[in-house]
Design a protein around this ligand. Structure first.
Ligand code: ZN
Length: 245
């Protein structure tokens, strides 16, 4: 006799629910935006000019014909601009959603994946606020004892920009293991202070207001938390995956 099987939430859904619950408690609104975006919001409005080499950081699916400038959004960052155009600060939002990149698929890359964007614009916001916010979040998500480290990086829409690593929660950052590739640290997200040019371009006076933004891969957070070894398992429709969650 076959036993009846109950439906389960997908692990990505679990992660999105956890992120939403955590940030909602801290006064963030959850916002979404279009997945088919314009070149303007995906690139130009984020200080990534046409023909600038920085554009190569995002391999893009264009909607044909390319001259119309429509694309599948390569990140959730365009929603920052859309939101700031319509809302006055102070503001705090998170934007979980699907994103797309034109690239080869392997164990750590998919052409469609999920990102979460965070944006805070208030008076007197500094990098210290960004660090505190994310440290708290990582402890909530991965457990106590997680350490956070910032490394200088470059994104056109933040200044300064940082790459954020967390200490490896398997080996504790001491010895190095396969998860942290022997370094004791795991790359987890990009972030920075919102570029003053972007604030000014949406009518927010950058002399008065400042903000931070971060963007993280939800698939990556989920893979690390549950130690799943291949991102493709999330999208192949095999019900044996969600049943474990
Ligand atoms: Zn390790």
């Amino acid at each position: 006799m076959e036993t009846e099987q109950k439906g389960h939430l997908h692990p990505i859904t679990h992660t999105i629910n956890e992120i939403n619950a955590y940030f909602t408690e801290r006064g963030f609104d959850t916002v979404d935006g279009p997945e088919i975006e314009t070149e303007h919001y995906n690139f130009d409005a984020l200080n990534i000019p046409k023909d600038h080499p920085a554009r190569d950081m995002w391999d893009t699916f264009w909607v044909k014909p390319k001259k119309d400038g429509m694309l599948l959004r390569t990140h959730t960052s365009p929603v920052q601009v859309r939101y700031m155009e319509k809302h006055k600060p102070p503001l705090r939002i998170i934007v979980p959603g699907k994103t797309y990149r034109y690239e080869a698929t392997d164990a750590t890359h998919e052409t469609q994946f999920y990102q979460v964007e965070g944006l805070v614009v208030e008076k007197g916001i500094s990098l210290a606020h960004l660090k505190g916010t994310l440290e708290d979040f990582f402890i909530f998500f991965f457990g106590k004892g997680v350490k956070v480290r910032f490394r200088p990086s470059y994104f056109p829409f933040t200044e300064p920009s940082v790459e954020i690593d967390i200490s490896c929660f398997r080996c504790g950052g001491e010895k190095g293991c396969s998860i942290c590739k022997g370094t004791g640290w795991i790359e987890i997200m990009g972030a920075g202070m919102v570029h003053p040019k972007i604030l000014d371009s949406v009518g927010i006076n950058s002399n008065e207001w400042s903000g931070f933004a971060f963007g993280a891969g939800i698939d990556r957070l989920t893979i690390l938390k549950y130690q799943i070894d291949d991102i493709r398992l999330f999208y192949n429709g095999d019900a044996r995956l969600p049943i474990q969650f």
